[in-house]
Design a protein around this ligand. Structure first.
Ligand SMILES: [Zn+2]
Length: 289
């Protein structure tokens, strides 16, 4: 395990120092090409820090939204889904927001997918049960909202299996889908998902409702303007981005109705994962049975 941590640390260091070196020479090149930008220490180092940060953020974005190499086992969006989009809610269930979200979904006649955190299911079993009874689909979002690539192998397996068991015991449904917290997956998680008969589902459009400055208007505008057929849209029904329940999700609750109306006005159809993926009803029943 120590060797494992050492190798991970080493890879991280190579990654970061590589991006710093690239950024440093890029800044030097800019200073060389643009005559008025005289090389000064401040310009060189601030340029290096800025370009490094942009580079690393770009790589992180690419990793979550596209992945490296061929990844047919990870579902991010489905271009062949026609005008269908899926609404997904992470981190719940929560006492403060999930019941209100369920109310809006019921009023609009829409079914969604909830990626639940195992210990929240244990804390609010009635809400988890209500989610399934009202026809929504459920997925596994680990037991304690862990950072997957950092977790030791036994912990990772336990986090996923324990959550499957809790969801099954509480709701009577086996979660067909699995979503790593913050979209941070690794090869081990992909293998576990395969072994447990679960599909790894990420997202193609984030509502960015986790942002501290998110408002009902900003969330609504972002989602309605950007959504197109085949998108999997990410929301949060609990404030557990950093594994606590502190954050305010009121803007998400308030934006949901206008978002569903806005998506429909654009000709989009809000569907379940099962319809979206084109699975026959029989197969979905058997898988979730
Ligand atoms: Zn999460």
């Amino acid at each position: 395990m120590l060797i494992d941590l050492f190798v991970r640390g080493l890879i991280m260091m190579i990654f970061i120092s590589g991006s710093v070196v690239i950024s440093y020479y890029t800044t030097r090149l800019i200073a060389f090409l643009v005559p008025f930008a005289r090389i000064s220490e401040i310009f060189l180092w601030s340029g290096t820090v800025f370009i490094s940060a942009a580079l690393l953020m770009g790589i992180a974005y690419y990793y979550v939204y596209h992945g490296f190499g061929v990844q047919t086992d990870i579902i991010r969006r489905k271009p062949s889904a026609g005008n269908k989009v899926v609404l997904t809610f992470d981190d719940g269930p929560s006492e403060a927001y999930t019941p209100d979200i369920l109310k809006v979904l019921a009023e609009k006649g829409v079914r969604a997918t909830f990626f639940m955190v195992g210990n929240h299911v244990e804390k609010y079993p009635e809400i988890a049960k209500q989610i399934v009874e009202e026809g929504h689909e459920v997925g596994n979002h680990t037991y304690g909202h862990i950072t997957v690539p950092n977790s030791p192998p036994p912990q990772l397996a336990a986090q996923i299996m324990r959550t499957n068991l809790v969801i099954l015991q509480v709701t009577g449904t086996y979660p067909q889908y699995l979503r790593p917290p913050r979209g941070l997956y690794d090869m081990r998680m992909r293998r576990i998902a395969k072994l447990l008969g679960q599909e790894l589902v990420l997202w193609s459009l984030s509502s960015q409702d986790w942002h501290s400055r998110a408002t009902r208007t900003s969330i609504t505008r972002r989602v309605v303007e950007r959504a197109s057929g085949g998108d999997i849209i990410l929301f949060h029904d609990s404030g557990s981005l950093l594994s606590s329940e502190g954050a305010n999700r009121k803007p998400t609750v308030e934006a949901l109705g206008p978002i569903i109306d806005g998506l429909r006005a654009k000709g989009l159809e809000v569907s379940t994962m099962q319809e979206f993926m084109g699975y026959p009803a029989e197969q979905a029943r058997r898988l979730s049975g």
